[in-house]
Design a protein around this ligand. Structure first.
Ligand code: GLN
Length: 543
């Protein structure tokens, strides 16, 4: 039977619970165990699909088409285990299922309540859809003390006591802040947070104390005493220089040993973190640098494009260069300043996006990269806008646009109303719900022989993750091909353009999918490897 590790957070949010869960999972894998990581989000949205990136950061899409929390991206990147729909729930999803059943009369006249009905649903989620895992790590979103997380905390408390208590444990991530005026690290916030957790019936087994410096042994012992945790199990988590150092740091602090000790398990093989050491060294010690200008919205919020930032750095790891990412707010870009802003680029990237605001600035950037031979990578929206730019400039259809922006006769990009999903036909209408109705998840595409895309992937059939409602209208493909813009991949039925490229350009590729979601530090995505390679060539030209 699987062992369960529940990870909660206290004091403040953004302590890196997700990274802690992912790093611990990686260590357990290195000890020879099979792991799975899940996220339980207490908010009321059914999923983060309809939330603004300002609220929630990136929406991470799984192969099986779920729109999930960005922490699932960390889980996949750190463990290589493909996340599934069944790895993320929210209060909204739990309530939606319960209310649906209530309306059908399935509760047979009973009063439907948080305890037991909501907590039962959460407990069912925790151990559903497992396949021989040794460990299931469940991260609870939010911070202890939030009203909306109470049913989740109650559910994990029940889960622990209803099953063999030696088969599950609690790890609480807290903050030990340094107060400059007194020159001291403060343990009180941790004490309060654990007190709150204990008042909910949960005694943490391990405390992971985030700090910007060493926590002296005396302070750790004090925390142990006040929080009723073994001295050894108060573990410091000092800020790392790169996220890839976190598993290594945890190993030095013996987090993995403490966990195995709790479960009375031995390591199945000697642990070797060469993989993480190599990756961290390449990130920290590389000399050369390329500058990638990303033209988009939400430029002030690093979390909005978490996987993209990571995938670019993976391309850097592979090519042994640092990737300097500079965000350019597309609304600020115009004919007058574009040269000043983009001429120094070793690569230009337009990422996924939605809506008209800022789209003209992105189109301007694409035109600039195309005309100046700067490597260009268009992802999803960035591919659609590249098609619009090409139709406007090369086919001279000046009002070419997307029906996402305006009603138009020249919709180069139009709403998808039906498409094939394996043997099924998916259909949508203009007034379909917004949540969960895009073309989501992994779809196959066929790549044309002798294309750049074929060279990059080294194969003619790929599977990539999608998240889009609009699609390049294939009526324009043959005219564009005459002008040198090639559609080098299509959906297997030949109807949906998946990759656009310009063979005469040093590197100009637009993809309808999100390759960043599948890139891993130890297995960088081919498109990011190739794009950064092209940026290196450009940087020689720029010098
Ligand atoms: N807004 C575009 C669409 O819905 C692109 C989406 C995206 O970039 N993820 O098709």
């Amino acid at each position: 039977m699987a062992r369960f590790i529940f990870v909660t957070g206290g004091v403040v949010s953004s302590l890196g619970k997700g990274l802690a869960a992912a790093s611990l999972a990686s260590l357990l894998q290195h000890h020879g165990y099979k792991v799975r990581i899940r996220k339980l989000d207490p908010y009321l949205n059914v999923d983060p699909g309809t939330m603004s990136p300002y609220q929630h950061g990136e929406v991470y899409v799984t192969d099986d088409g779920a729109e999930t929390d960005l922490d699932l991206g960390h889980y996949e990147r750190f463990t290589g285990v493909t996340s599934k729909k069944s790895d993320n729930i929210t209060s909204g999803k739990v309530y939606q299922d319960i209310i649906k059943r209530e309306r059908k009369g399935e509760y047979l006249g009973g009063t439907v309540q948080v305890i037991p009905h909501v907590t039962n649903e959460i407990k069912k989620f925790i151990d559903n859809d497992l396949n021989g895992e040794d460990f299931v790590i469940c991260e609870i979103g939010g911070t202890i003390g939030d009203i909306e997380s109470l049913p989740f905390i109650e559910a994990i408390r029940q889960f622990h006591y209803e099953n063999d208590v030696s088969m599950s444990m609690f790890i609480h991530v807290t903050l030990v802040p340094f107060i400059a005026s007194s020159g001291e690290l403060k343990t009180k916030p941790t004490q309060h947070s654990v007190k709150e957790l204990r008042s909910l019936g949960i005694q943490p087994n391990i405390l992971l104390c985030r700090s910007d410096r060493e926590i002296p042994k005396d302070e750790r012992d004090k925390i142990a005493l006040f929080c009723n945790v073994k001295k050894n199990n108060v573990i410091q988590a000092i800020n790392a220089q790169t996220i890839y150092e976190v598993p290594i740091n945890f190993m030095y602090e013996e987090l993995d040993k403490r966990v195995l000790e709790y479960f009375n398990l031995d390591s199945k093989k000697s642990i070797d973190l060469k993989m993480w050491k190599n990756v961290s060294e390449l990130i920290l010690k590389t000399d050369g640098e390329v500058l990638i200008n990303i033209v988009g919205k939400y430029t002030g919020l690093a979390d909005a494009y978490k996987s993209l930032n990571e995938a670019l750095s993976h391309g850097g790891i592979f090519n042994k260069v640092k990737v300097k990412i500079n965000w350019i707010e597309s609304e600020d870009l115009n004919e007058a300043n574009i040269d000043e802003k983009l001429s120094c680029s070793d690569g230009v990237l337009v990422p996924g996006g939605f809506g008209k605001r800022g789209s003209e600035g992105k189109i301007l950037a694409i035109k600039y990269a195309r005309e100046k031979n700067i490597p260009y990578f268009g992802i999803c929206f960035g591919m659609q806008l590249a098609a619009i730019e090409a139709v406007r400039s090369l086919l001279d259809i000046k009002d070419a646009t997307s029906s996402e922006f305006d009603e138009t006769k020249a919709s180069v990009v139009g709403l998808m109303t039906e498409w094939a999903k394996e043997d099924q036909l998916e259909q949508r209408k203009i007034d379909s719900d917004l949540g969960g109705t895009m073309r989501l998840g992994a779809y196959k595409a066929k790549i044309r022989d002798n294309s750049k895309a074929f060279n990059v992937y080294g194969e003619d059939e790929i599977s990539e993750r999608h998240r889009h409602r609009y699609e390049v209208n294939n009526n324009y493909c043959s005219e564009l091909e005459k002008k040198g813009v090639i559609f080098s991949a299509f959906s297997p039925d030949g109807l949906l353009p998946e990759i656009l490229e310009i063979p005469s350009h040093p590197w100009f590729i637009g993809v309808q999918f999100h390759p960043e979601l599948k890139s891993k530090p130890f297995d960088p995505h081919p498109l990011f490897k190739s794009f950064i390679g092209a940026a290196i060539n450009r940087s020689k030209h720029n010098q």
